[in-house]
Design a protein around this ligand. Structure first.
Ligand SMILES: Nc1ncnc2c1ncn2[C@@H]1O[C@H](COP(=O)(O)OP(=O)(O)OP(=O)(O)O)[C@@H](O)[C@H]1O
Ligand SMILES: [Mg+2]
Length: 399
């Protein structure tokens, strides 16, 4: 170490101070520039971290004694290395001094000059490294904070996009449903009316049979169109809310797919945000369709209740063939529909979450969690449990 090191020596005994100066000069080869003061108050007045590289401190001074001297100099020295050089030969005080921030604790008369010089040089080098490390940490923390801010902004944008997507999709469904109802269904009803009138005016069994067939076809078309209208966008979701809409869905699944859905809906469980209500409805419909398509059972359980005061939990359970979620669900199929993968993603993005518990032969249970109000939204995370045992308190589907 060849650069000049600036040292503040705080020592009340002038003879000790002169001796120290001399030995530092001899052993240090002139690399120390020593400023000497005999009182703590003078040291604190002079001590500007930019002016010194280290402090050599006696603990017993006219204006301060013991570890209090160290405490006060530490405050003024910021991250300057401090080496205690004192007549107090006490192990406990030495340890406490190092805990409080001293780089070293040396007892007068116990170390030779080269040892003192080495201790000073090492302390200065260590402090320099610590400063660099500290700066590096601060830079890193700043970068992390910047990246976190970017990630949070993106998450907010994504959430807004997902919400718009859900609402736009639903708007389109309603538009189509209205078109079917207001236009196509009216035309079909009109055609049926005219056919019935014609039939009354014509004689002949053959003709009558033909009319009957056309009337039946028209009746089926009207029925199909009505059912499509409902499937696209059930008015109950907008008129009465999520709970009644889920009851309607349970009934509709039985009517159209012969799946008996045992529904237990707590009427006090509500979801304020329209986008989340729509998504939950679509999600339950998808989960019930999955039971129809994959579970090989004729019934399922649907429940909705409020949990933890601020969330709504909806579960769809079946006692069917089950599957391994880790194999199936984590793989994006590229489908644009609401399969389990995209369902989980959308729930997450919009501030909710989805939990799947299933394994082959053990049935399937899918839980959706959604905030009651948008301010209770969770941070995005996907919880997925490929389960060996059902969590305590969860009944087996069908029981
Ligand atoms: N209730 C269930 N019982 C048994 N297997 C299921 C059940 N739900 C999902 N699965 C399995 O998980 C797979 C993924 O389901 P997912 O809903 O993502 O896709 P899909 O129903 O096959 O197709 P899509 O929903 O895109 O029309 C299914 O193919 C099926 O193997
Ligand atoms: Mg599916």
């Amino acid at each position: 170490m060849s650069a000049l090191l600036r040292l503040l020596l705080v020592e009340d005994n002038p003879a000790d101070a002169a001796l120290l100066r001399e030995s530092l000069n001899d052993a240090g080869g002139g690399c120390f520039d020593v400023t000497y003061v005999d009182r703590l108050s003078d040291a604190i007045r002079l001590l500007h971290p930019a002016l010194y590289d280290a402090v050599l401190l006696d603990l017993t001074l006219p204006d301060s004694q013991g570890l209090a001297t160290l405490d006060r100099i530490c405050l003024a020295a910021e991250d300057l290395p401090i080496i205690v050089l004192t007549g107090l030969d006490d192990e406990a005080i030495a340890i406490e001094a190092v805990r409080k921030g001293a780089q070293d604790y040396m007892v007068k008369g116990q170390s030779d000059s080269p040892t003192l010089v080495r201790a000073l040089q090492y302390a200065i080098e260590r402090a320099k490294l610590q400063r660099e490390l500290h700066q590096l940490n601060e830079t890193l923390e700043q970068r992390v904070a910047e990246r976190t801010a970017v990630a949070e902004r993106r998450a907010r944008q994504l959430r807004a996009l997902a919400s718009q997507l859900t609402l736009a999709e639903q708007r389109e469904r309603r538009r189509l449903a209205r078109l079917l109802h207001d236009h196509l269904q009216q035309l079909l009803v009109g055609a049926r009316f005219h056919i019935a009138a014609l039939r009354r005016r014509c004689d002949g069994d053959d003709l009558d049979q033909a009319f009957q067939q056309v009337e039946d076809l028209l009746a089926q078309s009207i029925q199909g169109s009505r059912s499509l209208t409902m499937e696209l966008s059930p008015p109950v979701l907008y008129d009465e809310g999520l709970g009644p809409a889920l009851h309607w869905l349970a009934h509709w699944m039985f009517e159209t797919h012969h799946l008996e859905v045992h529904a237990a809906i707590d009427p006090s469980a509500t979801v304020e945000a329209e986008d989340m209500r729509v998504l939950l409805f679509q999600a339950v419909r998808e989960l019930l369709f999955n039971v129809v398509k994959h579970a090989q059972v004729r019934d399922a359980r649907l429940s909705m209740q409020r949990v933890d005061g601020s969330r709504v939990r909806i579960s769809v359970e079946d006692a069917g063939v089950g599957f391994d979620p880790s194999r199936t669900v984590l793989v994006e199929t590229g489908s644009t529909g609401l399969g389990l993968f995209s369902l989980g993603e959308r729930m997450e993005i919009m501030g909710g979450s989805m939990e799947i518990q299933s394994q082959p032969g053990q049935g399937t249970s899918v839980c959706l969690f959604a905030p009651v109000s948008p301010s209770d939204q969770e941070e995005p995370h996907l919880r997925l449990v490929a389960r060996g045992t059902r969590p305590a308190g969860t009944p087996k589907p069908g029981q």
